[in-house]
Design a binder for this molecule. Structure first.
Ligand code: NAP
Length: 284
């Protein structure tokens, strides 16, 4: 079994991006990310801090917009429209969750697709589905990057995804299809899920249920990617895969923490640099 070290790989990507940003700055291109946070969700504060740190390390400029939890939809949309117009900002990210009274879909749809570094705007989702260059949602993008970097062949392979969310499971279908895998996606209404997962050459768990994937659900020598981030009873972070037992059977496996998680931020940084290049180089 070989461990897929997301932490190391993410570090390598961030170092490469740092060099790229230094080069861009010589051409007066200064990539900049704007992050909007509404309310005071504690977990979101940590995520935003981590994004800010990553930007800082790479040389990407970062501006945070904190909005009160009672913010009106119109105020949020107005801010996004202003950021869409600002020439110095290349990437816009709305940190979720936002308070329930707000319509997050409308907000995501308002972010101009050229600055949509999270890949949630329907234009980017559509472009991905027809195989055009687009911003890919950072977690699925991180998963595909890991598979690429470890030279794991996808063509003709049977890939099974557990979880059909808009941010992870669904974009993964397209990413894997684009690599010529045969893709099956499972969800909470899927019957006899273990019969399907046992057929997977590549099994991706993204459902948010601690240690859901057990040894008997996995084929011998399968590649197992664990997207899940859950807290167990002791407050420890665990994935969706029973790592201890599944790792005995897998050919490759990602750990939690240190697997997909660090890749997500690295791919966000990658998307900000890409947005800056797309916007600025087009204008030159
Ligand atoms: P989500 O929106 O809650 O979606 C969960 C999906 O899993 C749904 O499609 C659901 O099916 C399916 N599901 C739930 N229970 C199931 C079961 N018993 N059997 C089969 N399918 C089941 O979750 P998400 O946002 O995609 O996140 C999934 C996990 O990934 C979470 O642990 C989250 O923390 C983690 N995550 C990690 C990163 C990272 O950077 N590593 C990024 C994003 C998310 P239905 O559609 O039928 O309800």
């Amino acid at each position: 079994m070989e461990l897929i070290n997301g932490k190391e790989l993410a570090k390598k990507i961030r170092e490469e991006l740092k060099l790229e940003v230094e080069e861009l700055k010589k051409q007066e291109i200064k990539p900049k990310l704007a992050v909007i946070m509404v309310g005071d969700d504690k977990a979101s504060e940590v995520y935003v801090r981590n994004k800010s740190k990553a930007c800082n390390e790479i040389g990407i400029e970062f501006e945070e917009f904190l909005m009160d939890k009672n913010t009106k939809q119109e105020e949020l949309i107005n801010l996004i429209n202003k950021l869409n117009q600002r020439k110095d900002i290349h990437g816009i990210l709305l940190q979720s969750p936002i308070p329930n009274h707000l319509n997050i879909r409308e907000a995501f749809n308002t972010i101009n697709y050229t600055k949509d570094v999270d890949g949630f705007n329907p234009i980017n989702v559509g472009k991905l589905s027809i195989g055009e260059d687009s911003f890919i949602s950072c977690t699925p993008y991180g998963v595909i990057k890991m598979l690429e970097e470890y030279n794991i062949p996808l063509e003709g392979k049977r890939a099974v995804i557990i979880g059909r969310s808009n941010i992870v499971g669904k974009p993964l279908i397209q990413c894997l299809l684009n690599k010529n895998a045969t893709v099956t996606i499972c969800h909470s209404k899927t019957k006899n899920i273990e019969e399907i997962t046992r057929e997977a050459d590549i099994l991706i768990a993204a459902l948010g249920k601690p240690k859901f994937v057990k040894e008997d659900m996995v084929k011998e020598n399968a590649v197992v990617i664990d997207v899940g981030i859950n807290r167990n009873e002791e407050g420890k972070i665990v994935g969706d895969v029973d790592f201890e037992n599944v790792s005995k059977k897998a050919s490759y496996i990602t750990p939690v923490p240190g697997g997909v998680g660090p890749m997500t931020i690295a791919m966000l940084m990658n998307n900000v640099v890409k947005a800056a290049k797309n916007i600025e180089l087009k204008n030159k």
